[in-house]
Design a protein around this ligand. Structure first.
Ligand SMILES: CC(C)(COP(=O)(O)OP(=O)(O)OC[C@H]1O[C@@H](n2cnc3c(N)ncnc32)[C@H](O)[C@@H]1OP(=O)(O)O)[C@@H](O)C(=O)NCCC(=O)NCCS
Length: 167
């Protein structure tokens, strides 16, 4: 376990975030698409919250992205992803800390719904479930498509529009 703290990502962090994403997703899925996605979300102004985990030596060892999702054309939800933790330091709690911190901040900002397309072994521990997402029409469906309701008041159904970066 290393010492780290979380903070908002800054524009000058982008190259380090992209390198971390390429390392993590490259190792796990042989994919580098996620760093392009992160860069485009930021360039398009569609990033809602971008957090990094900074280690004591100043290096970035974790990153999480949240972006705007429209429900029936209204800015009523957030999406989680991509996220990554540095290979070699994975499974030490960095990812969990970033998810929990991000959800707390979104709650404070007044967001009520967060969607994720991801590992069914990972996201339910934070409160995400497929049942909450099932009533929404989106490009995705099935067990990997999950949502968490942070507070009452958001819509129960509707059509989701993802940012342009998702194609
Ligand atoms: C997924 C990821 C961000 C998790 O971050 P982390 O810091 O390793 O996670 P934590 O230490 O908080 O939690 C560890 C748990 O996550 C699980 N986990 C890690 N990677 C996982 C994966 N690819 N699939 C399913 N579960 C995974 C571990 O098995 C562990 O579960 P346990 O607590 O039941 O033992 C990180 O492993 C990563 O960067 N993976 C490659 C990129 C990726 O898959 N991003 C997410 C896309 S949805």
């Amino acid at each position: 376990m290393i010492g780290f703290f979380t903070r908002a990502a800054r524009p000058e962090d982008m190259d380090a975030i992209a390198a971390l994403s390429d390392e993590a997703f490259g190792l796990a899925f042989n994919s580098r698409d996620e760093s392009r996605l992160i860069r485009q979300l930021h360039a398009d102004g569609d990033s809602l919250l971008s957090l990094v985990a900074e280690a004591d030596d100043g290096s970035i060892v974790g990153h999480i992205e949240f972006f705007r999702i429209l429900i029936d054309g209204e800015p009523l939800a957030a999406g989680l992803g991509p996220m990554s933790a540095k290979p070699g330091l994975q499974k030490t709690g960095i990812g969990s800390y970033l998810v929990r911190t991000g959800l707390e901040e979104l709650d404070i900002l007044g967001e009520t719904l967060v969607f994720v397309l991801g590992h069914t072994h990972y996201y339910p521990r934070f409160g995400f479930d497929a049942e909450t997402a099932r009533t929404f029409t989106s490009p995705w469906s099935g067990p990997h498509f999950m949502a968490i309701r942070l507070a009452e008041g958001g819509p129960d159904s509707g059509t989701l529009t993802y940012p342009r970066a998702f194609g």
